[in-house]
Structures are given as C-alpha cells and as structure tokens.
Design a protein around this ligand. Structure first.
Ligand code: PGA
Length: 257
C-alpha cells in the first residue's frame, strides 16, 4: 500500500450468498466489531435484491455497498438485467466488473467489460475491474501479456479525468476460491505491472493514484503480507468476507500496514 498517493480499499464480494435475514444477522455482528477510526475504505458487494437494505444496514459502520455486475445499456429490452443508473439511485458506490466467474459462466468478454466500465463511470460510480491469468497461462509465462491486454481492453476510450474513480483487482484464476493464495511477491509483481501499464496509457501522476487490489483466497492470515507490497492497495475478498470476524480482521490488517 501507499497511503500517501492512493486509497486503500477492502471490498467483500459475497457472490450468490446470504438471504436478507442472513445479511441482517451479519450486519448486527459486524456492527460491534468493526474497527473504529479506520484508514481504509470498506465495501461489501452484495446480491442485487439486498442492495437497498444493505445500504441502510451498513451505513452506521461506514461500509459502502457495491454491486457485482451491471448492464452497459441505459435501459431497454434486456430481461433480467440492471443498469448502472438504477444501482446509483439505490445507494451503490462500486460495481465489480469482469469477475472471472462472469467471464467463465456468462460469456463476459473484454469487449463487454469495456462497455460496462463506460456505463459505470458515466453513472458516477466506481468500477472494480477484475483481471487475472489462468494456471496454464502462468505456467506458460504469459501472465503479464494476458493482464496487459485485459487492462488495456477494459480501459479503452476511458478519459484521464475519469481514471481517479477506476479500481483494478488482480485476481489470478487459480487462487479464487481455492485456498491457494498468490505469494506476496507474485501479487506485488503483477500489481506493479498493472500500474506500469496505466503509467504508459495515462502518465505517472494518474498511475500513482489508482487503487490496485489483490483478490484470490485473501484471508486474515495472509492479508498483512499481501498488503505490505507497495503496489497492493487493498483486497477483493470472497470466502473470507462471509464471516464478520474474518472480514474485519482483514480491515484491521489494512489499517495497520
Ligand atoms: P476468494 O474469492 O476470496 O473466495 O478466493 C475472491 C473473488 O472471487 O473475488
């Protein structure tokens, strides 16, 4: 992390977990244990239907609410979809885009991710753009090539003045939900590489200010080491965000670093 230049953001990605009543119980529990006077921004990205309640329930403990996806059009005949503007109106601040599960199961491509990035920025929200290589790609030593392509494609056409709202999450596919975390060095190296790509596109001043998260089996035990890397500015957390004690321990680690 480097707090002098950029915001530290710890974001939980609940995926398709927790009913409204389960979320209420979580909110009650986290309320009493959430670290006070924190440095880092804390976010929970919950399922669409629970967003309005989440905004209300988590307000007191200064947790912002995010969504896990959105459509790129402003309105229209897209059954089952939700626009960025709709999310904004119910109090969403962040939107995860291009998560590997969406790329894998719902045909999300670099092209659609880019269109969604534009829609989210236009609505005044902050996209959390996920990029990451597969195990085969890492073993073939093509990690940085893949990541560079994904970052460039996601940011195509995004003007400099909107870059201060962009967040990138480096999530190696082989580390998501597997309990196998990237080493701090691996995470640090790729996050540094992502910043170098942004530097080439937008210049040093903007690159220095972009928050780059690591995601993939981040937990209370490994958070300190990962966050100690100068270019790792936070985490996108799946499994460990489902339990208040585990999630707050990561927030605590981000506050201490
Ligand atoms: P994980 O998920 O922490 O359970 O590995 C991370 C993510 O998918 O964002």
């Amino acid at each position: 992390m480097n707090r002098r230049y950029r915001k530290t953001i710890i974001a939980g990605n609940w995926k398709m977990n927790k009913t409204l009543s389960e979320m209420k119980a979580y909110a009650e529990e986290i309320h009493s244990i959430m670290p006070k006077g924190k440095w880092c921004e804390t976010v929970l990205c919950v399922p669409f239907v629970n967003i309005p309640s989440a905004v209300r329930l988590f307000k007191d403990c200064h947790i912002s609410v995010g969504a896990q996806n959105c459509h790129y059009e402003k309105s229209g005949a897209y059954t089952g979809e939700v626009t960025a503007e709709m999310l904004k109106e119910v109090g969403v601040k962040y939107v995860i885009l291009g998560h590997s599960e969406r790329r894998q199961y719902y045909n999300e491509t670099d092209f659609t991710v880019n269109k969604k990035v534009h829609a989210v920025l236009e609505a005044g929200l902050q996209p959390i753009i996920c990029v990451g290589e597969s195990l085969e790609q890492r073993e073939a030593a093509t990690t940085m090539e893949i990541i560079t392509y994904q970052v460039k494609a996601a940011l195509a056409g995004v003007p400099s003045d909107k870059m201060r709202r962009v967040i990138i999450a480096y999530e190696p596919l082989w580390a998501i939900g597997t309990g196998r975390t990237a080493t701090a060095e691996q995470a640090g190296e790729v996050c540094e590489g992502i910043r170098a790509v942004i530097r080439k596109l937008y210049g040093a001043r903007i690159a220095r200010a972009v928050t780059i998260q690591y995601g993939g089996s981040m937990n209370a035990k490994n958070a300190h080491e990962l966050l100690a890397q100068p270019d790792v500015d936070g985490g996108l957390i799946g499994g460990a965000a489902l339990k208040p004690a585990d999630f707050t321990a990561i927030v605590q680690a981000a506050n201490q670093e």
